[in-house]
Design a protein around this ligand. Structure first.
Ligand SMILES: Cc1ncc(COP(=O)(O)O)c(C=O)c1O
Length: 388
């Protein structure tokens, strides 16, 4: 019999640098008394990120949601935007706050990113942009989407909240599309406590984003646009800067955890894992999604999710429900039947993955999933036998 974990195992747990090191960094902030408003640490951090992403076109924000919202505003996106319903709700909220109508289209079944064929079919005279999500860090079909955007004269924007560190053909994802948003939220593989970043191709956007995130101030006595307050502060920048130094080891540990999950769960009937990514993609192992196919597995995704809780394992149903099924978006008309997205949302479960999760604990989570399945199939065969 396998015992429940003594302490809760959540789907993620933020990595933190050594407290003494962070305190050393805090000392500079205390000495300078400069807490926010484009301080010295933020400026240094922006340069480090520019270096990492191999572009000067970066702009930092206090979170990813406001980054995306301001990005859309600064680019002047309006009318209709084609997007995915299989994402975190902030993707759609950023459209809503810009009075843009979301047009939800289906995802593809392997990696759950926007299905380019469905995108093309959903374009209308009001479409101005595509907002695709590199969901779970799986890169979208960037080449096909770029081709569609070019042919229809649409802006191509990526919600890359999950995709820090992902590369396609050895190029950072920041180089694809017109603009990308990265989230540095505490639950992400890489974080700055909270934080967000835009990367973009048109360097003219930089000053617009800078105005918009700082009330539109141009000088002490001039405000050039009605901006908001979305600035990253010095403590966020300090954490983000320190976390860059740990990134490789964080990704490597996640890679090894993923390998164990894949080895242990791959052949379990009724569990489906996303296929391995093509060789030209450098992945970040941000999430560990599985699909639970009820008939073959013997229990539904929701049953497994509840059973795991009894063992103190708190998996998450990312992304269920679909965005268009939330109360605030139910009135949005959806033409695409969203066949794949609906199926995936009903089957998906993301398993715990984070730096501090031990390999033994990953093995134990797999043991528990396997035991739950065999218990359920025994129960079912007993039920069948009794019926006979
Ligand atoms: C896909 C996606 N988009 C946007 C966001 C919003 O980012 P933030 O939490 O930094 O505002 C998140 C996560 O939080 C996300 O997962």
């Amino acid at each position: 019999m396998i015992k429940a974990f003594d302490k809760p195992i959540y789907v993620t747990r933020p990595y933190l640098p050594k407290l003494e090191l962070f305190c050393d960094g805090l000392k500079d902030i205390w000495d300078s008394h400069w807490l926010t408003n484009n301080g010295p640490i933020l400026k240094r951090y922006a340069r480090e990120l520019a270096n990492y992403f191999e572009t000067d076109n970066v702009c930092l924000f206090n979170n990813g949601t406001l980054a995306l919202q301001i990005g859309l505003q600064g680019m002047g996106i309006s009318g209709e935007v084609i997007t995915t319903p299989f994402t975190f709700v902030a993707t759609t909220h950023a459209l809503f706050w810009n009075k843009i109508r979301p047009v939800f289209v289906d995802i593809e079944p392997d990696y759950y990113t926007l299905d380019p064929e469905k995108v093309e079919a959903a374009i209308t005279p009001w479409t101005t942009a595509i907002l695709a999500v590199h969901v779970f860090g799986h890169p979208c079909n960037v080449n096909v989407l770029a081709d569609i955007a070019r042919r229809h004269n649409l802006k191509l924007i990526y919600d890359a909240a999950h995709a820090f560190g992902v590369r396609v053909g050895n190029r950072s994802l920041a180089h694809f599309g017109d603009m990308s948003m990265f989230s540095f939220h505490a639950t992400k593989l890489y974080h700055s406590l909270e934080g967000g970043m835009l990367t973009f191709q048109d360097s003219g956007l930089k000053s617009i984003f800078d105005y918009l995130k700082n009330f539109g101030f141009e000088s002490e006595v001039e405000v050039v646009m009605p901006g908001t307050n979305a600035k990253m502060n010095e403590m966020q920048a300090l954490m983000g800067s320190m976390m860059l130094g740990y990134l490789d080891k964080l990704i490597e540990k996640r890679r090894k955890i993923t390998e164990i999950y894949r080895q242990r769960l791959n052949d379990i009937s009724g569990i489906r894992l996303p296929p391995s990514l093509p060789a030209d993609i450098t992945y970040n192992y941000a999430y560990m999604p599985i699909e639970v196919h009820e008939k073959e597995f013997g229990m539904s995704r929701d049953e497994l999710y509840e059973e795991l809780k009894k063992y103190n394992i708190f998996a998450r149903r990312y992304f269920y429900p679909l965005i268009c099924d939330y109360a605030c978006y139910r009135s949005v008309s959806v033409k695409d039947p969203l066949t794949v997205a609906r199926l995936v949302a009903s089957r998906v479960l993301t398993l715990p993955i984070y730096y501090d999760l031990s390999f033994d604990d990953v093995q134990r989570i797999c043991d528990i999933i396997i035991i739950l399945q065999s218990k359920e199939s025994n129960r079912q065969s007993t039920r069948v036998a009794t019926n006979i």
